[in-house]
Write a protein that binds this ligand. Structure first.
Ligand code: ATP
Length: 439
């Protein structure tokens, strides 16, 4: 039996959720593409985050900053200097590895088994490119390695234009790029990935309390979306592990099958490090004036930061099950199920005519037309009804709506629930309302 990661990776590929990028050219190890179902899942994850972090709050606003920012940003943030990993090269096969990733004692090359390596050299993880038509003399620019800096450099503009008072936050979802030395484990570590980050600006002295608040909020976000609490834990960074800007960082870890526990989200107390650094480098005043106390200060920042792709991996692993299910003939068979939270499921309802009979098809199309303005729906008429149920279970569709010959007489359809497999007869006239209640 392949392990859970292999099963989920294979399902993701087989069903066009996530698969290797540019595969006709042999792929590119660290790049992955989201197919028709994956793009829906990804949008749903981002929407769920945006809803919880921006829409439902009156103290957080959104931002969509550029990926290519002034290179001075990365000088000020410290990324040019310290955003590095120690890199060693195997003296035998010349493959490169992260020094702190090498297994064994003595350290052993995972590729050839050799034990001798070059000294560790710091390798900057930022992707560098050139701006302008000629490479010579053009300005070196970087693809952002995190979205956070957009919120810091735009702090004053956003604060003033949105007329927010501290405490308040700025949230952003967008691509980030890191030239990771060892990408891998499917979409756990990529070189091009997407982040959801929020910088929450608070009055110094209230930062520790807000930090605890956001740790709990973020943990709850995952459990509200159905992740099993047993598979989540909090871990405080050791002092020597803290980033250069952090006073305290707590990771939400997930029980990933390949590392036991691995970082899913980091929640850092970034202090006033970034605002002060940008103020020093830009010469612009990045303080906040509190109109009530008439004090001027640099707010402290609490940052919950999570990868969209890494969250998707956790949601997929957590939702994946293989169960014994009853068949129509009275036996049982294996069914693969993605028990995704309904908000995350790529398709909310699948409309299935019992057969391709010429009287059933128009009735089924009519039901599909009725539902599709409300939710992402699928129409599937290929194969036996049992097989179609299995296909929908496998990609997490919460409801199948079956149109049969009785529908033509009684104007009712059968709704099958993904998890319980219970079926219920519902009049077409109240179908939208019924699904809305359950979704
Ligand atoms: P790691 O220790 O795994 O390299 P990190 O501590 O460098 O991660 P952060 O800088 O805290 O990560 O980034 C915030 C979040 O962004 C991480 O918790 C993770 O979910 C996501 N993330 C970071 N790097 C990658 C990557 N290479 N691929 C996919 N997601 C990533």
């Amino acid at each position: 039996m392949p392990d859970l990661m292999e099963q989920v990776t294979s399902l993701a590929k087989r069903r066009g959720i996530v698969f290797p990028s540019s595969e006709i050219y042999g792929g590119l190890r660290s790049s992955w593409d989201y197919g028709p179902l994956g793009v829906e899942l990804k949008r749903n994850v981002k929407d769920a985050w945006w809803r919880a972090m921006v829409q439902m709050r009156d103290d957080v606003v959104g931002l969509d900053a550029a990926i290519i920012m002034s290179p001075k940003v990365w000088e000020a943030s410290g990324h040019l200097e310290v955003f590095t990993d120690p890199l060693v090269e195997c003296r035998n096969c010349h493959q490169r590895f992260r020094a702190d990733d090498l297994p064994g004692d003595p350290k052993t090359c995972p590729n050839c088994g050799n034990h001798t390596f070059t000294d560790a050299r710091n390798f900057n993880l930022m992707f560098r490119t050139h701006m302008g038509p000629v490479e010579d003399g053009a300005e070196d620019v970087y693809l952002r390695p995190e979205t956070a800096q957009g919120m810091f450099v735009d702090f004053s503009t956003v604060q003033q234009t949105s007329r927010r008072k501290v405490p308040f936050g700025i949230a952003q979802i967008g691509k980030a790029f890191r030239n990771e030395i060892t990408p891998g484990n499917f979409i756990f570590r990529m070189r091009e990935f997407e982040q959801m980050e929020m910088e929450f600006f608070v009055k110094p002295g209230t930062d520790e309390e807000w930090h605890d608040y956001w740790i709990q909020e973020r943990l709850r976000w995952f459990t509200d979306l159905g992740v099993r609490p047993d598979n989540l834990r909090l871990r405080d960074h050791d002092v020597d592990e803290l980033s250069h800007y952090s006073k305290r960082t707590v990771d939400i870890e997930y029980r990933f099958p390949f590392t036991d526990w691995g970082e899913l989200e980091g929640i850092a107390n970034r202090t006033d490090y970034d605002l002060k650094a940008h103020e020093r480098h830009s010469g612009e005043d990045l303080t906040y004036f509190d109109p009530e106390t008439e004090e001027r200060y640099h707010p402290y920042v609490i940052e919950p930061a999570v990868g969209v792709d890494r969250a998707i991996l956790a949601f997929l692993l957590d939702a994946y099950r293989v169960e014994e299910a009853p068949t129509a003939k009275g036996g049982t068979e294996k069914r693969t199920l993605l028990a995704l939270h309904k908000d995350l499921a790529p398709i909310k309802a699948a409309v299935l005519p019992l057969s391709r009979n010429e009287r059933l098809v128009p009735a089924a199309k009519e039901v599909f037309d009725l539902l599709k303005p409300h939710w992402m729906c699928d129409y599937d008429d290929a194969g036996s009804i049992g097989r179609r149920y299995r296909r929908q279970d496998e990609v997490g569709t919460p409801f199948c709506v079956t149109v049969d010959f009785e529908t033509l007489d009684d104007r009712a359809v059968t709704i099958r629930d993904r998890d319980s497999m219970m079926q219920e007869r519902i009049p077409v006239g109240s179908l939208v309302e019924h699904l809305r209640d359950r979704l």
